[in-house]
Design a protein around this ligand. Structure first.
Ligand code: NAD
Length: 498
């Protein structure tokens, strides 16, 4: 199989610190692999403590002395709109690079670039419409909220839809006047390297945006532990989140945590079965199954269980696995051989734990690269590892249930609580189930489509705090309460004698 290589690949991937593209101070690099061949296609600068120190110092200088935090919201908003314009105009190039680096199907990578632009536009609009609270006690006191950027925000992101997820943090962090150090995922540093050029062209002052590539244990760790970084916004695995929590604790940092998931898709017998099948197939196999909100546990009411499993397996067998740059491809190559090994180990575990009805290994005709056939296990028991643990690949577990109570108990029977999808034509059941399901986000008779104003985040092991809309503004700002007396200050006269 021949692979399309995008035009304009850089020679190497560098950091971007204080407005300049630079190598690591000590010259360290790491290999970046092409997921289709697993050959190294480029070297990226591997940030160490010293590189993070340099980036944080630049960001702190830009915050303390530069114009960015003091600019009027409208002025920052204009810059953010320019960023969105540039991202949109580079949609095709961005999607090509993203698909090449991550193995995501090209058609799905295109949507990510548009969404990334939208994230900037959204916060550009929100920041000028932002109003803050004021409270009056007539004749006595006036109180108002003074909203201020916090300082240097550390942004740490994962490799699934990397560019889009970076934009999700960059948009609100910059809109609110903070300066940032971004540490993108080491499996997929390519698209992040475009930010430098985009921000420069949009007129972001030097030092406001800094990018340090590198491994989590080195660059990420140094960022989390840096005393001049009061905020960390992290998206990644729950276990990494736990470690970051502990490492940030001595500094009492502000933390926003978007973590893993094992989300249920619950299909009741009264559901529109055609729509439910379309959505649940897409829900776990889109983005190669490397999706935090994937509906990777499908719970199906027993009356329709056999029919559902049969139709679902048929569809999964027909999902088109292919070269990521081919527009016909529905599932591409997983991001990295380490991740491929992890997903494949779950496929083997699943063969002991469930009934394999589709896939089950490397698809035919794909001798190299990180390809996994869309894999479906039926009759999976709730204590099975493939029911409990996040696989993050094109692998799904299907389990039957009888009553609403059974469905709820099964849906809640994991440590995660990111999303839930409910398929039923009974309105009361849909709303009551949503109320009781332990999930940060619920979609009723719907695929995962999100309005940017809504809260995004998980409960239980899926995260801490909610971003999305004004909640992101809250995370990236301090709200200082200012109190003014409108009358005499009636202070008890301590020390004034009689
Ligand atoms: P990961 O936790 O391995 O890595 C995420 C980022 O953290 C990377 O940049 C990595 O270098 C960095 N990192 C690793 N160790 C670190 C440390 N000790 N200190 C500081 N930084 C460190 O996650 P991943 O494998 O890149 O991404 C997949 C995970 O992300 C899945 O669990 C998925 O569910 C989750 N995810 C969640 C959401 C959400 O919004 N809830 C969205 C996308 C992905």
């Amino acid at each position: 199989m021949t692979q399309h290589t995008p035009a304009g690949l850089p020679e190497k991937i560098q950091h971007f610190i204080d407005g300049a593209l630079v190598d690591s101070i000590g010259g360290e690099t790491f290999d970046v692999l092409n997921p289709v061949t697993n050959e190294t296609y480029i070297q990226a600068a591997a940030g160490q403590h010293a590189d993070i120190d340099a980036a944080v110092a630049a960001a702190k200088r830009a915050f303390d002395e530069g114009p960015w935090p003091k600019m009027l919201p409208r002025e920052r908003s204009r810059v953010l709109h320019r960023i969105a314009d540039i991202v949109e105009s580079r949609d095709a190039q961005l999607a090509e690079l993203e698909s090449f680096d991550s193995g995501l199907p090209i058609t799905q990578a295109k949507g990510q670039a548009r969404r990334a632009a939208e994230n900037f536009r959204f916060f550009a609009d929100l920041i000028v419409a932002q109003h803050d609270d004021a409270f009056q006690v007539p004749g006595r006191q006036m109180n108002y909220v003074n909203r201020k950027p916090i300082g240097v925000a550390g942004l740490i992101t994962p490799w699934n839809t990397p560019f889009m997820l970076e934009s999700w943090k960059l948009g609100p962090a910059l809109a609110t006047g903070n300066t940032v150090v971004l540490k993108p995922a080491e499996f997929t540093p390519l698209s992040a390297s475009l930010w430098a050029e985009i921000f420069r062209a949009a007129g972001v002052p030097d030092g406001v945006f800094n990018l340090v590539n590198g491994l989590g244990e080195a660059a990420g760790d140094a960022l989390v532990k840096h005393p001049d970084v009061p905020l960390i916004s992290f998206t990644g695995e729950s276990s990494t989140g736990q470690l970051i929590f502990a490492n940030a604790a001595p500094h009492l940092k502000g933390l926003s945590m978007e973590l893993g998931g094992k989300s249920p898709a619950v299909v009741f017998a009264d559901a529109d079965l055609d729509s439910a099948i379309d959505a649940t197939v897409f829900g776990v196999f889109s983005l190669n199954g490397e999706r935090c909100t994937a509906g990777s546990r499908i719970l199906v009411q027993r009356d329709i269980y056999d029919e559902f499993v049969e139709r679902y397996a048929e569809r999964a067998k027909n999902v088109v696995v292919g070269e990521p740059s081919d527009p016909a491809t529905e599932v591409g190559a997983l991001v990295h051989p380490e991740h491929y090994d992890k997903v494949m180990s779950y496929v083997e575990i699943g063969k002991q734990e469930g009934r394999l009805v589709a896939g089950g290994g490397r698809p035919e005709g794909f001798e190299r690269g990180n390809y996994v056939a869309p894999t479906v296990f039926a009759d999976v028991s709730p204590d099975a590892r493939i029911f409990q643990e996040e696989i993050f690949g094109p692998v799904v577990a299907i389990t039957p249930f009888d009553t609403d109570e059974d469905a709820l108990a099964l849906a809640n029977h994991t440590k995660y609580g990111l999303a839930a999808y409910i398929w039923t034509s009974d309105l009361k059941r849909a709303h009551n189930f949503s109320q009781s399901v332990e999930a940060g986000m619920v979609w009723l008779n719907s695929n995962n489509v999100r309005d940017l104003r809504t809260p995004f985040g998980g409960v239980k092991a899926s995260g801490l705090g909610h971003e999305g809309g004004y909640r992101s503004i809250d995370f990236y700002t301090d709200q200082q309460a200012v109190h003014i007396t409108l009358n005499e200050a009636h202070s008890p006269k301590f020390g004034a004698g009689k």
